[in-house]
Design a protein around this ligand. Sequence first.
Ligand code: KIV
Ligand code: ZN
Length: 396
Amino acid sequence: MTASATGSDKDRVLIFDTTLRDGEQCPGATMTLEEKLQVAALLDQMGVDIIEAGFPIASNGDFEAVTEIARVVKSAVVTGLARASAKDIDRAGEAVRGAQRPRIHTFLSTSPVHMKYKLQKEPDAVLEMVIASVTRARNLVDDVEWSAEDGTRTEHDFLCRCVEAAIKAGATTINIPDTVGYTTPEEYRALFQMVRQRVPDADKAVFSVHCHDDLGMAVANSLAGVQGGARQVECTINGIGERAGNASLEEIVMAIKTRGDAFPYETRIDTTQLTRASKLVSTVTSFPVQFNKAIVGRNAFAHESGIHQDGMLKHTQTYEIMTPDSVGVSKTSLVMGKHSGRNAFRSKLEEMGYRMSENAFEDAFNRFKDLADRKKHVYDEDIEALVDERIAHAHD
Ligand code: KIV
Ligand code: ZN
């Protein structure tokens, strides 16, 4: 989407959430229909542009979920995944039919290793299947996405031939996935530049990134793909997905929001909903969010070391590049532990309503340090107990 289309001087990047499809594909993350509807409603409300609701041919349950989500989602495009087969495509078409804005997402492997071992087909036969599948999908809906599975390990000439054929057959979005999390930022950016330069009518389609995190580079690769000209990012809440997961939606969105100098784009996401979405997905999938997860981890806005706490008390920008409320966290927490310093302890006591003489404070602080050496977590109740005891002593 161009800048002029959004009335801003920044290009819009479309956020395509696949938590309910690729995310659900990670072992153990199965969600019930009710849970999927809850997640879809929140994604729609927070401004996700495209919701991939499932893989309709995979099971009756998946078909029902995509159908229901298509029926209730108000603003977002709703899509269902389909392999390059008539049965898959027709099933996906049927599932998204009730959506305000239906899309069929069809894909086919294009890399030598996938064509040889998985599909057991020659490249020319694969090319024919690309044309047939996109044409069939376009007969059902106007909005068709085509993905070159294992695109980053695909030979460049062949990738360009497939992309060109898909666009000619009517694909409106072209996705080049890093299916196995193999690419690097430089390589992925150059891949998009190359394809968009070489393929005639490339500007008739929106290009899309879809990255897996096998080498921990899914977010960096996705952003590099955008720098190479992609304008749709496929991602999941909390980065859940096949194997090591997909690029995390919250990290992509906040990187764009926080580093507008490096990524001069915009998304439609209401970022204050990110923590809520993370908690909801974690609850319904029973997948815990790691404590130090960027943006939504429990420690993302928590500071324990004395030096950092002291800096934070003087000015929040010393150790925070985003405000907690921008992602829906009420406030920064200064965690009381053995690394905490005097200033943080004093501020904690004030916050808890305590006032005391300098001597009493020194005594309480020393006792707090002793306690913190013995205990992993020092809670407010521990501090209360320790201070009350000290005050009792003071009154002796
Ligand atoms: O990783 C992948 O290649 C996919 C496609 C089906 C888009 O998930
Ligand atoms: Zn994937």
